[in-house]
Design a binder for this molecule. Structure first.
Ligand code: UD1
Ligand code: CA
Length: 460
């Protein structure tokens, strides 16, 4: 059996009160429409057909080329939306899955069950149902005395008795393709919204004496359809629980999963411990045996094995194995903290490398800089990288010792094993092994570590 998929994403999402099309609102860092596309991907060899309308260009940009687009120019209802896919899919699939792009928690396993049930069904469609005390505005599943499904009624047109029904239409269907294509253009207009409801196909099938099957959803969160910002928060919470559970099952410890926020594309190694109030975003990869948080934000960064991030912000940065940062420090894009290096309190690094085992303990800024292995950056050291117009680089050699409160006025180079006295303003290069200090800094000894000769008060 060839399976095709239609995903409806043309609606405006009025109830979100947003300028962003509903299906582009992100959940766990990814626009919700992408979840709907992922869910159907394994079930069909054909590219899914995405029905777009409201905000179509923005949706196209966000989704890219992995789907076939059809446009629904006017949003005349879910039935009318499916009709737009007919020319694309007719004759290419025997079964057609229809889902809504506002159901980000739907799982592929559930769609698989729906397809399997429809294959056994003599009738034209099988739909996903749920039983819930809060009907959330969903369509009600109406059954006759024999228990057969005879209609879906929308809240807007339901009688008081029908409103009391707690079996709901989740909004996911598997159709016999030919029956769908020969009926979808015959759905009558429904008042008061003047829409063609896809759900009316259920009543049409029943009127033809054909059986409609219902498959109950196993996990009710899968049926969370997002119409309002409150639903958005509910779905985010459900997704968060799902993601966190998956990482805990994979060997990550979460001290408090309720306050641990991990986006879908993040990867985490075994025996890493995540402390409360930690947000992991974007394409972040975290190694094994790390201690992350509490109170940290890591975005688009790579953290090696055995690292520690305490109450800090790490964006677009790399921390190599065994390095640590925090509390209260900030790695900005292009920062690289070498293996075993230490960034302590109130440090900021941007577009700069701190070499292996180098230390920067307190109140420092490194921008556009390269610091060699085992260098020591004293408290309050600043790279003055910006002259008002352009950025300049600072280089600090291996095992150099930069005294507290040093200003390094870039472009400037401090040599290997050089020593800069506290409070210096370094405006010229300092050779390897030299001692320099003062404002502006002068070289005082050529080879300080060997007890080398003094330079009689003059710079070279
Ligand atoms: C729909 C179902 C309802 C079900 C509920 C589950 C219908 C008539 N009702 O109601 O029975 O319980 O979902 O979540 O189908 N869309 C279009 N074009 C349109 C209208 C809608 O593409 O002209 C898209 C929307 O972008 C959305 C989806 O179809 O992704 C569902 O539309 P929505 O207005 O959210 O339907 P509900 O009122 O939630
Ligand atoms: Ca909806």
């Amino acid at each position: 059996m060839r399976v095709g998929a239609v995903i409806l994403a043309a609606g405006q999402g009025t109830r979100l009160r947003s300028t962003l099309p509903k299906v582009l609102h992100p959940l766990a860092g990814r626009p919700m429409v992408l979840y709907a596309i992922d869910a159907v991907r394994g079930l069909t060899d054909l590219p899914p057909v995405l029905v777009v309308g409201h905000g179509a260009d923005a949706v196209r940009r966000a989704v890219g080329e992995e789907v076939v687009y059809v446009e629904q120019r006017e949003q005349k209802g879910t039935g009318h939306a499916v009709l737009q896919a007919r020319d694309t899919l007719r004759g290419r699939a025997d079964l057609v899955l229809v889902t809504y792009a506002d159901m980000p928690l739907l799982r592929p396993e559930t769609l698989r069950r729906l397809v399997d049930r429809q294959q056994e069904n003599a009738g034209p469609l099988t739909l996903l149902t749920l039983i819930a005390d809060d009907p959330r505005g969903f369509g009600r599943v109406v059954r006759d005395e024999s228990g057969a499904i005879v209609a879906i009624v929308e809240e807007a047109t339901a009688t008081p008795e029908q409103l009391a029904i707690r079996e709901l239409n989740a909004g996911v269907y598997c159709f016999d393709a030919e029956w769908l294509w020969s009926h979808v253009d015959r759905i009558p207009l429904s008042l008061p919204k003047r829409e063609h409801y896809l759900t009316d196909l259920v009543g049409m099938a029943a009127a033809e004496g054909l059986p409609v099957r219902g498959v109950p959803v196993e996990d009710p969160t899968e049926a969370l359809g997002i119409n309002t910002r409150v639903h958005l928060a509910e779905a985010e919470a459900a997704l968060r629980r799902r993601i966190n559970r998956q990482w805990m099952e994979a060997g990550v410890t979460m001290v408090d999963p309720e306050t641990t926020y991990i986006e879908v594309d993040v990867r985490i190694g075994r025996d890493t411990v995540i402390w409360p109030n930690t947000v992991l975003r974007g394409r972040t990869v975290i190694g094994e045996r790390c201690q992350i948080g509490p109170n940290s934000l890591i975005e688009d960064s790579t953290i090696g094995d055995g690292c520690r991030v305490l109450a800090s912000v790490v964006e677009g940065a790399v921390m190599e194995e065994g390095s640590d940062i925090g509390p209260f420090s900030h790695l900005r894009p292009g920062a690289r903290v070498g293996a075993g290096a230490h960034v302590g309190n109130f440090g900021e690094i941007k577009n700069a490398t701190l070499g292996p085992r180098a230390k920067m303990g307190h109140f420092s800024y490194l921008g556009d800089a390269e610091v060699g292995a085992e260098a020591n950056i004293g408290a309050g050291t600043i790279t003055c990288n910006f002259d008002g117009k352009r950025k300049h680089r600072t280089e600090i050699g291996e095992r150099a010792f930069i005294g507290s409160g040093t200003m390094l006025v870039a472009p400037v180079r401090v040599g290997r094993e050089a020593v800069i006295g506290a409070g210096s303003v370094v405006t010229r290069d300092v050779p390897d092994g030299a001692l320099a200090y003062g404002v502006p800094a002068r070289v005082k000894k050529r080879n300080v570590r060997d007890g080398g000769a003094e330079v009689g008060g003059r710079n070279r």
